[in-house]
Unconditional design. Sequence first.
Length: 112
Amino acid sequence: MAVERWQASDPRRDCPGHAVIDDDSASVIDQAVELLSLCRSPLNLGDGALGLHVLVSLINQAQALVPDAVAEALDQGYTWAEVAAQLGTTPVAARRRYRRHYRERAMPIDLD
């Protein structure tokens, strides 16, 4: 008798096949901007230059995390086509940009 593998999932919250801009994303970004502004310069909360600084900092931090997120998705069995859809690019372009990081991440570290 075969054992059926059971997985819990919430069909209302499946990951879309592409990046989206929506109210949920806006709410999280608004909260992140406020919190990072309070960390960096609490007396200037609401200042345009601080807001710009914080947004650019968050964008750069997120971009720095993308290569590891790509590698993690590939490690979990997602295809280059699925990863490329999330990145808004072609599988060839995604592979070209992230393949080296993926391979380097998978290589064992030689401590000798």
